[in-house]
Design a protein around this ligand. Structure first.
Ligand SMILES: [Zn+2]
Length: 412
């Protein structure tokens, strides 16, 4: 972390205090309310420190430095934290309460990587109402919320008895290719998953997300001189262009399924029939069935064009995250959490379908009902305007604490 003075200003703290003081928290024990208040005041300096460290997904050193900070901040009685060494990713983190694994548990999910390469968007700042900085919303703010809840529960001796685990992966922003094994390992003991990605503007609970995938298409033709021997060549760029046109047309008019060719390379010079070309494609689908049809259609297209053009089109990749689709169990989870959210002035509504995947998709893939968007409210994540609303931290904390404290009773 840099040696610069903290950017936290007193109106920021006043807004936080005000939001907490105004909450209807009668359901929580006074001792817990007091400890949560004390721990809330630690949230800002912690979040500032975490945001000040660049943790772009492929900046492993930065991600690991944030992981060190997280381990320190979550070294709490009744909670056992450990690093899971990354494979082609920075380290992931897992914390388990003493009661985790003894009965069906609640898995609290976050990530500590961001989408900002070093030097593109750095440093934390704030005004009276908002916090700004890379990851302040997506989703170090959500991690700060989790830490605050865990610390308050630990202070009151309640954490060890709750079957709770916290996980923070280091590669969520690129699809959790490595982090998913860490999540998968926890799903056996998890009855539900709560994911603390950015809260929506209207506080709606995220229950649906598209599945996401990536395909790399390689075209291998035959080089030839464009003037002397054109007909002997097999133009890889032309074949790939035809594939791209067909692929783009698979986007459904209603947006349920989308295809975006986002990167193309190929050829060596204007007077050579290109032997090689390559493109990368982003895929999104609303249901698992749609995703399956989409990938099959792309494979068919590649096979047909290979035959017609004598250029070998090869596909690599596919769906990385399956869609998060509503289920009965997820509906029960959303209405349980929604009741606590509503009690503290948030919404119990469910958000409209989102195009982006998250680790809620990963949990659902493993049969664990999950809801998302439970982090602080804000806007403009993945842009240099990313910000979180200060007043949203307190009610989110209140809802989470109430949900966790009644978890055991709800299981009986
Ligand atoms: Zn995120």
């Amino acid at each position: 972390m840099s040696a610069r003075a903290s950017a936290i200003v007193s109106p920021t703290l006043a807004e936080l205090e005000l939001a907490w003081a105004g909450l209807p928290l009668a359901a929580l024990a006074p001792a817990l309310v007091a400890r949560a208040h004390a721990r809330l005041l630690e949230l800002w300096p912690l979040l500032e420190r975490w945001v000040e460290i660049n943790s772009f997904t492929s900046n492993f050193a930065g991600c690991d430095q944030v992981a060190d900070e997280l381990l320190r901040a979550l070294a709490l009685p009744g909670l056992d934290g450990r690093r899971v060494p990354g494979r082609a990713a920075a380290d992931h983190l897992v914390w388990k309460s003493a009661a985790w694994g003894t009965r069906p548990g609640v898995l609290l999910v976050g990530h500590h990587d961001t989408v900002f390469p070093p030097g593109t968007f750095e440093s934390f700042s704030c005004d009276a109402h908002k916090l700004y900085g890379p990851g302040v919303l997506d989703m170090k703010g959500g991690l700060a919320l989790l830490r605050t809840a865990a610390a308050a529960l630990a202070d009151c001796g309640l954490l060890a008895e709750l079957p709770v685990a916290v996980v923070s992966v280091s590669d969520e922003e690129t699809g959790s290719a490595d982090g998913r094994r860490v999540l998968a390992e926890l799903t056996g003991d998890a009855a539900v998953g709560l994911v603390f990605e950015a809260g929506r503007v209207n506080d709606a609970i995220v229950t649906r997300r598209k599945g996401t995938g990536k395909l790399v298409v390689s075209a291998r033709g035959r080089a030839a001189h464009a003037g002397n021997d054109l007909s002997a060549g097999r133009n890889a760029i032309w074949a790939l262009a035809r594939f791209i046109d067909g692929a783009q047309r698979l986007t459904a008019p209603d947006g349920r399924v989308t295809v975006n060719v986002g990167l193309v390379t190929g050829g060596t010079s204007a007077n050579t029939v290109p032997a090689q070309a390559r493109c990368e494609i982003d895929l999104r689908a609303t249901t698992a069935a749609d995703a399956e049809h989409l990938v099959a259609a792309l494979q068919r297209l590649a096979a047909e064009l290979t035959e017609q053009t004598e250029v070998q089109l090869t596909l690599e990749g596919g769906m990385r995250r399956q869609p998060l689709e509503p289920s009965d169990a997820q509906g029960r989870l959303a209405s349980r959490y929604g009741a606590y959210a509503k009690a503290v002035g948030l919404s119990d509504a469910q958000a409209a379908l989102m195009g982006g995947g998250s680790d809620a998709n990963t949990l659902a893939e493993h049969g664990v009902p999950a809801i998302d968007g439970l982090g602080p409210r804000g806007q403009a994540f993945h842009t240099p305007q990313e910000h979180a609303e200060i007043a949203s931290f307190a009610p989110r904390l209140g809802a989470l604490l109430a949900f966790l404290l009644t978890w055991e009773a709800a299981q009986r």
